[in-house]
Design a binder for this molecule. Sequence first.
Ligand SMILES: *Cc1c(COP(=O)(O)O)cnc(C)c1O
Length: 433
Amino acid sequence: MEKENKEIYNTLGISDEVLGFCDKVIGELKDRFQKIDETTEYNQCKVINAMQKNRVNAACFAATTGYGYDDAGRDNLERVYASCFGTEAALVRPQITCGTHALAVALSAILRPGDELLSPVGKPYDTLEEVIGIRESKCSLKEFGITYAQVDLLPNGDFDYDNIKKAITDKTKMVTIQRSKGYQTRPTFSVERIGKLIAFVKSVKHDIICMVDNCYGEFVERIEPSQVGADMIVGSLIKNPGGGLAPIGGYICGTKECVEKCAYRLSAPGLGQEVGANLGIMPAFYQGFFMAPTVVSGALKGAIFASRCYEKLGFKVIPNSTESRHDIIQAVELGSKEAMEAFCKGIQAAAPVDSYVTPEPWPMPGYDCDVIMAAGAFVQGSSIELSADGPIREPYAVYFQGGLTWYHAKLGIMMSIQKLYENNLLDNDLLNS
Ligand SMILES: *Cc1c(COP(=O)(O)O)cnc(C)c1O
């Protein structure tokens, strides 16, 4: 490492021991990073191609107010998303407040009283439990007479095709597939695997609408689930496709019929996609989408770097440092409350915003134990920015993701190791080996 680089890391608080260890790890990851760069290169060209095909120009960046009729920038952005993800139509709006909202819109746009929703991949993301009514909530799908069925994965992580077939009945209108593992320990699904599952579902009943919760998965591979048969893919703009620049928003890309229904559900029957002023947000949405493949590549490199570092330091990491990746989340089982706190302090201390704050565990609503979180983000709660969190209970795992640049992700991980080191929570033999 150049002398000046070493000095600036020392200034930021990273010791020579930790620097030496991390430098060696980086050396081992060259081939892996090269592969990521190739995917990024492809996806960057894919986004540019979609923008060129739809003749993006300065007029697309204009603000609209009021009803937002004839909002050319908004309408064209939706064509760009549709082109890029290979769908007939798209809904990309600041009026979709987050990923959960986008998923709730998509589900309630398609399902009617008497219909059943099936998850063939086990339990969905926490916040969807209330949307569906797995946990009681006002206005859940369950309150509207929509039932829910679930088939868990087999112990080895495979799809349980026999039971999925049995679970599909006359009532089954829609299937929801979560691509990312979220905060579970199952593997994340590759787009190819999702395609096989969708083909199977449709072979049992051809008119089932298949939706993929695409959160954290966009641009990790060269193709998206919409290109292997999904009728709808759904996600958040303060994750991957917002590129860190979108300050709010969600998207739904899919068939014309599905997207039209979602638009009617989001605004009002009869109004649909025609209304929804952009309030000046278009430059951030376009530029964020343009940046997204590069931002995702930085987050991915950070996840792999962390995986390799912590693996070498003797901790269990999911996924491990050699597995193929299909989302940007990394889990590290640290084994103690103290280690979780030290890890999160490191991530926080490396942030460009709120670096002086000390994260403390707190009793977060909806959890049966304290939760610790580290985030120093430009956009509140943005998890494409470097962030970490975890419930303070066995196996004392932190989940972390994001990093708008590889260099920031790298600093955050080095700082987390530094804090563990300073608190005597590392095996120094492994650090120096
Ligand atoms: C983040 C996430 C959601 C919910 O998105 P929010 O923006 O937090 O509401 C849903 N599913 C998965 C897999 C996610 O990662």
